[in-house]
Ligand binder design. Structure first.
Ligand code: NAD
Length: 497
């Protein structure tokens, strides 16, 4: 481990070790012997340093005109474009997703930088009439202050960018605690901002373990807002602890997304979508489709064909261009995914294919799992209700559109749902009835674009949306301003006769 490159926290523009000197390693999921880097294992004192640096930098950044803040993001977009391939390769090595998807992850950050840079010159306020004469009423936006960002490993560049760029444009100072499985991806992204000209202290990065550095950031009284993407379990903790201090808390949590395939749908198209949404990113997407709800008339055909396609997928190191399914992010996740196979078998579901750790040859160097399909799954089974976050999919039969929608809506989550049908009436009914923040018609549950709001309902979050027109709103406060130029006391709501 000592030969692996050492990296620091970014505090006040300097890359520094943890005060304790403690470290942790980032290891490639495709090869346990490949140590990507060694990072500070930060604690509350490091977080306090970072928050203090952000507080000092906040007034200058807040006073920087918003178009100038946007210009910085435009420079960041250009730098990212030039580094797309390097960053993608690093991501595949550090997180595991196959190269073509890693390029897409970086592209999402580029898109977000371009989009948010443009927001720099967009008016955000409202001007409305007053009920009184010689009086104007308008709103403008202000930064929240010091914002804490906590991010997961599955989109190691895209998700930090979804938070960093709009939060910066809104004028906030930031402390980022990236996932401990992908610290180098986050550091490289922030380096781009520094090179683009970000003043010291405006973005600080504190690496470390969730229960230590993450919890300290959640608890720090000078952090006015928390934006968290991760599991529902940790999200609840963040909301409860942040809520104690009346912080603004924005949560993007898990999903148990489904593809509904009706008997009038294009089966080949549905299968293409099912394979991409279930096994892409090895099922490790918050929007991954882990349930297929299939009309009884096409159930056997769909199940057979999905099995054939799953069995032909090439699993391996994502740096190899021919590989379609990369590793599971770490050993703990691998064991969790496998434990759900045991749960499914125990519940009486029929294991159609997969269900095994893959460790033959080079696969034994990392954490690989076979694409796994369960059939005869009842919607109430745990494998149909709980987020597995791996390449495991449950096929559930439905007799009608109504039953399919009821099954789709039957979990605690509400992120992304999709339907395949050629009947426009059924499609519109589904758009209205499916309980999710994102609905797709004749497309799989993954594939969100940055110019639309992103987020879920029910157990997937707490009502916030990232990206789209809501991106900057999430990170800013509205101020309502009244200017009375009548020269006399005018009283709203008070009868004058
Ligand atoms: P996780 O909840 O384990 O960790 C997320 C982050 O929280 C990490 O940085 C971690 O260090 C930190 N953390 C852990 N414990 C903490 C604590 N007590 N206090 C503060 N911070 C803490 O999630 P993960 O395994 O990194 O990511 C997978 C999860 O993320 C899945 O549930 C997935 O659905 C979800 N996710 C959601 C979205 C979305 O937009 N809805 C997007 C991607 C991933």
């Amino acid at each position: 481990m000592s030969e692996a490159p050492q990296h620091g926290n970014l505090i006040d523009g300097e890359w520094v070790p943890a005060r304790s000197g403690r470290t942790f390693a980032s290891v490639s999921p495709a090869d346990r012997e490949d140590v990507v880097g060694v990072f500070p294992r930060s604690a509350a004192d490091d977080v306090a340093d970072a928050v203090a640096a952000a507080r000092r930098a906040a007034p200058v950044w807040r006073a920087t005109p918003q178009p100038a803040r946007g210009d910085l993001l435009r420079r960041a977009a250009d730098l990212l474009r030039g580094r797309k391939e390097d960053l993608a390769r690093l991501m595949t090595r550090e997180m595991g997703k196959v190269l073509v998807e890693a390029r897409g992850d970086v592209q999402e950050a580029i898109d977000m930088a371009d989009y948010i840079a443009g927001e720099g010159r967009r008016p955000f306020g409202e001007t409305v009439p007053s009920e009184l004469t010689d009086k104007v009423c308008f709103t403008w936006r202000e930064p929240v202050g010091v914002v804490g960002l906590i991010t997961p490993w599955n989109f190691p560049v895209a998700i930090p960018s979804w938070k960093l760029f709009p939060a910066l444009l809104a004028g906030n100072a930031i402390v980022l605690k990236p996932a401990e499985d992908t610290p180098l991806c986050a550091a490289r992204l922030v380096e781009v901002l520094v090179e683009a000209g970000l003043p010291p202290g405006v973005v600080n990065v504190v690496h470390g373990i969730g229960e230590e550095a993450g919890a300290a950031l959640v608890d720090h009284p000078d952090v006015r807002m928390l934006s968290f993407t991760g599991s529902a379990e940790v999200g609840r903790l963040v909301a409860a602890r942040g809520g104690q201090q009346l912080k603004r808390v924005s949560l993007e949590l898990g999903g148990k997304n489904a593809i509904v395939v009706l008997d009038d749908g294009d089966l080949d198209l549905a299968l293409d979508g099912a394979v991409w949404a279930a096994f892409g990113t090895t099922g490790q997407r918050c929007t991954a489709a882990s349930r297929m709800i299939v009309h009884r008339r096409v159930l056997d055909d769909f199940t057979d064909q999905l099995r054939g396609r799953a069995e032909s997928l090439r699993v391996g190191n994502g740096l190899d261009e021919g590989v379609e399914v990369g590793p599971i992010v770490n050993d703990r996740q691998l064991r969790r995914v496998h434990s759900y196979t045991e749960v499914g078998v125990g519940e009486g579901a029929r294991l159609v294919t997969g269900g095994a750790v893959l460790d033959a040859g080079d696969l034994g160097r990392g954490h690989f799992y076979a694409p796994t399909i369960f059939a005869d799954v009842r919607p109430t089974m745990r494998i149909a209700q709980e987020e597995i976050f791996g390449p495991t999919v449950s096929i559930i039969a439905a007799e009608s559109l109504d039953e399919a929608i009821a099954h789709a809506n039957s979990t605690a989550y509400g992120l992304s749902l999709s339907i395949y049908t050629r009947d426009v009436n059924r499609a519109f009914r589904a758009m209205r009835e499916l309980q999710a923040g994102i609905v797709y018609v004749n497309a799989p549950t993954i594939g969100a674009e940055i110019q639309l709001p992103f987020g879920g309902i029910k157990g997937t979050g707490n009502g916030h949306r990232e990206a789209g027109t809501t991106a900057v709103e999430e990170f800013s406060e509205r101020k309502s301003v009244y200017v009375d130029y009548s020269g006399r006391l005018q009283r709203a709501q008070i009868d004058t006769t």
